[in-house]
Design a protein around this ligand. Structure first.
Ligand SMILES: O=c1ccn([C@@H]2O[C@H](COP(=O)(O)O)[C@@H](O)[C@H]2O)c(=O)[nH]1
Length: 276
């Protein structure tokens, strides 16, 4: 999917919400356990209830891999019921030597038909570039993650005297590997105090922002500080939406939770994008 198509969808739905399908078989409503494929049935109903309120779905691949072969089947079936216009992200955090990355790219872009895959930058350009071969398929590179451990390496100051953090060097260098139409960055909502530093280096890129909802990041703050003229944000929320209820009403409650976020996003889009 092109950047233009993504922006069109954002304007049309007045939403930049990405719903995370972190579907944990242990957290499924009891009544779904009789279904042939409870994980798929859960996802199907969540998608049916929320597709008009979000612009992306992000299955976290770990939740499917952990199930073995049947998890991959649930994932494949889930992809088939996501409407065509919605952006799909394989949150897989891959990256390896070149020929192995090529196969990861094939797995997520060809065997499965994802629009984007999350990639770790630690192994450098030759581990990331094999994901950048097809126009319309995106790399979402981990830049400044939402977890406390982001301090361990991403926030290290480089010793070359220019006072940059390692995550800033990752942004600066990797921005040369692809156009803004093929590369996004993961920046946690819990890192709002650094968002201006991020935007100083990558003003035009889309950012995938996890960490609102269950992790406590502020949607208002990240929207105010992080939006650009094409919105430039996909805000992910997983548990706060998909587990809004563990009962028979789970899909309706998920819709209500998504609607609340979408309404708030509508205000920010009007405030920070539409008037530009
Ligand atoms: O820095 C990161 C990168 C990825 N994630 C992933 O996003 C979702 C967040 O789920 P919530 O339930 O909304 O907290 C999950 O799949 C993480 O693995 C992240 O949180 N932070």
């Amino acid at each position: 999917m092109t950047r233009e198509k993504l922006f069109e969808q954002i304007l049309q739905k007045k939403s930049y919400l990405c719903i995370g399908l972190d579907t944990d078989p242990k957290r499924l409503p009891e009544h779904l356990m009789d279904a042939e494929d409870p994980v798929f049935e859960f996802n199907r109903q969540i998608i049916e209830a929320t597709a008009d309120l979000c612009v992306a779905y992000k299955p976290n691949i770990a939740f499917y891999e952990a199930q073995g072969p049947k998890g991959w089947v649930s994932l494949e079936k889930t992809l088939e019921v996501i409407p065509e216009e919605i952006f799909t992200i394989a949150d897989a955090k891959r990256g390896d030597i070149g020929n192995t990355s090529e196969l990861y790219a094939r797995a997520f872009f060809e065997t499965m038909n994802f629009n984007a895959v999350t990639v770790a930058p630690y192994m450098g350009s030759d581990s990331v570039k094999p994901f950048l071969v097809q126009p319309g398929r995106w790399v979402i590179l981990l830049a400044l993650t939402s977890n406390p451990g982001s301090q361990d390496f991403q926030m290290l100051k480089l010793s070359d005297g220019n006072e940059e953090y390692l995550f800033e060097q990752v942004l600066r260098e990797s921005a040369n590997w692809a156009s803004v139409g093929q590369m996004m960055y993961v920046v946690g909502a819990t890192q709002a105090e650094y968002i201006e530093r991020v935007r100083a280096i990558v003003p035009n890129h889309f950012l995938l922002v996890p960490g609102v909802g269950a992790q406590g990041g502020s949607l208002e703050e990240i929207s105010r500080l992080g939006m650009n003229q094409q919105c430039g944000l996909l805000i992910n929320s997983s548990r706060a939406i998909i587990y809004a209820s563990s009962g028979r009403d789970f899909a309706d409650r998920a819709r209500e939770a998504a609607l609340e976020v979408q309404k708030e996003m509508e205000q920010y889009l009007e405030q920070y994008v539409m008037h530009l």
